[in-house]
Ligand binder design. Structure first.
Ligand SMILES: [Fe+2]
Length: 502
């Protein structure tokens, strides 16, 4: 029997599009779950046609086949190797989860004001605690600047409202500290000091909170020095036990480009069944997944063309089917990313039970994005990294090839998403994306490119992806690094990189 209901819904959706359905279609069974994708491809096919088009049976079957082609992968069975004696199995887990605060936003003007006030106040405190680094005395409120005469040196702390280049090539910045706004000028001078300061000012971004020392000159403050909240030198936290933490992100299950075989090899490696460095595999006590576990549905236009699994629940079902083979003595922490089926605005709540039906394993922890973890004394701040897009495009010298440098800029600004509006943020009473606690390791994903650096004792890592290079990335010239993990040994305090593409 033809699925009249589905056919009826397709006819209804196509009404007004200039596409008519041929009468021979009544014999065709249109799969219910793929109706969105079928509709999108029919529209796409006839997008350049003038007048009325008729969709016949063979064309529709061709469209359905093209979608069904990329059907869900069947997860491979993983069995732990019998001669594998993992050290981590005999070590008690010692972990603490400080989930990021997920608040509901009221979304009115007052909530935005409170949100920004909180951001300014908390980052201001961080800057003031570093005042030894400032050349002048206590900071002044901006509304008091009008009382000072020209030439007086002042320090102000506030949030950048905007920047522009003047006709003479100077940079004019507007900054606000709640008492008032100030106009700060970075002169396009010729001395070495002026050039250095000018270059630094080009790295400033809207909405970040900084301190400026400068001299009053009429309506302007002529900048002499910029001070970021920055991070103090962080000492490494040592663990007495020889366990390690594996970092991964961006699986994108459901995408045609999900590298299932490579990912299964990683799971096999954790079970002592695959590859080299088996001793290290046996030390893995913790696994962190930095978001985008699935590719999602409707994340970008025409995404259905890139999907092997067109149903969001099915994407998560395949995820749980694969991830269940992580050995049960490994504590796994999973945050969502921008492709996951939770609230898009950050901080994002943890993946819900309704998505992960029948998946209840005590060693799997679904936690918000971001979250702060203490794992055998090692502190990890894990954040998906959606804000990296805006940071990379705003700061000169940043690129998708080196996500670790953009992460460093984020750390220095003590805010996970310094540019407001670059990605969606919940304007809650407390700005939950301020980096209050400096971790030992800052972990992000999102860019699909592994990267690693260290700054003031903080290890910064981006954990790549398990999705092959997409068409969009080819157009953008971005080369991802799928199938590579980073592992941190908490006793030796060292990182290793393992490639699952061989
Ligand atoms: Fe991703």
């Amino acid at each position: 029997m033809p699925d009249i209901e589905t056919l009826g819904r397709l006819i209804e959706r196509l009404s007004g599009s200039g596409i008519l359905i041929s009468s021979d279609l009544s014999e065709v069974d249109i799969p219910q779950s793929n109706l969105d994708a079928i509709y999108a491809r029919v529209i796409e096919k006839y997008t350049n046609s003038n007048g009325v088009s008729v969709l016949d049976k063979s064309t529709l079957i061709g469209i359905i086949d093209s979608i069904v082609e990329g059907k869900a992968p069947i997860p491979i069975e993983v069995r732990q190797s019998s001669d594998f004696k993992p050290l981590a199995k005999d070590v008690h887990a010692s972990f603490k989860i400080n989930p990021g605060n997920v608040e509901r936003a009221e979304g009115n003007v007052a909530s935005f004001v409170t949100y920004f006030r909180d951001r300014i106040a908390r980052i201001r405190e961080m800057i003031e605690s570093r005042r030894v680094g400032m050349s002048s005395g206590a900071p002044q409120n901006i509304d008091t600047l009008k009382n000072f005469t020209d030439g007086r040196e002042v320090t102000i702390i506030g949030m950048i409202l905007g920047m522009s280049v003047t006709k003479k090539g100077n940079i004019l910045m507007k900054i606000d500290d709640e008492t008032d706004e100030a106009k700060v000028m970075f002169m396009n001078g010729t001395s070495l000091a002026a050039k250095e300061l000018y270059e630094k000012s080009r790295t400033l971004v809207n909405d970040e909170v900084i301190a400026i020392t400068g001299k009053i000159s009429g309506p302007f403050v002529i900048a002499k020095e910029i001070l970021w909240p920055d991070v103090p030198i962080k000492m490494k936290n040592k663990s007495d036990e020889d366990v390690s933490i594996a970092f991964i992100s961006d699986l994108h299950i459901g995408s045609k480009l999900f590298m299932e075989k490579n990912f299964t090899n990683f799971i096999k490696w954790l079970n002592g069944e695959y590859g080299t460095k088996k001793e290290l595999a046996g030390k893995v006590k913790y696994l962190i997944i930095g978001g985008d576990v699935v590719d999602g549905i409707g994340i970008y236009p025409n995404q259905d063309r890139d999907l092997a699994i067109l149903d969001i629940y099915e994407q998560y079902r395949v995820f749980t089917d694969i991830i269940k083979d992580v050995p049960d003595y490994i504590e796994t922490f999973i945050i969502p990313g921008n492709h996951d089926a939770v609230q898009r605005a950050e901080p994002q709540p943890a993946l819900t039970e309704s998505l992960l039906k029948e998946f209840k394993q005590n060693n799997m922890h679904m936690i918000p994005n971001p979250s702060f973890l203490t794992l055998h004394n090692t502190e990890v701040l894990v954040y998906h990294g959606t804000s990296l897009d805006s940071v990379i495009s705003a700061i000169p010298g940043m690129s998708y090839a080196k996500p670790e440098l953009a992460m460093l800029e984020i750390l220095k600004r003590r805010h996970l998403s310094p540019i407001y509006g670059g990605n969606i943020i919940v304007p809650s009473k407390t700005d939950n994306l301020v980096i209050d606690r400096v971790p030992n390791i800052l972990h992000m994903g999102h860019i699909h490119k592994n990267g690693m650096t260290s700054y003031h004792g903080v290890d910064i890592i981006n954990s790549g992806t398990w999705q092959d290079r997409t068409e969009y990335q080819i157009i953008q010239g971005h080369i991802p690094t799928p199938g590579i993990i980073q592992v941190y040994e908490t006793k030796e305090q060292r990182f290793s990189t393992i490639n699952f593409n061989k």
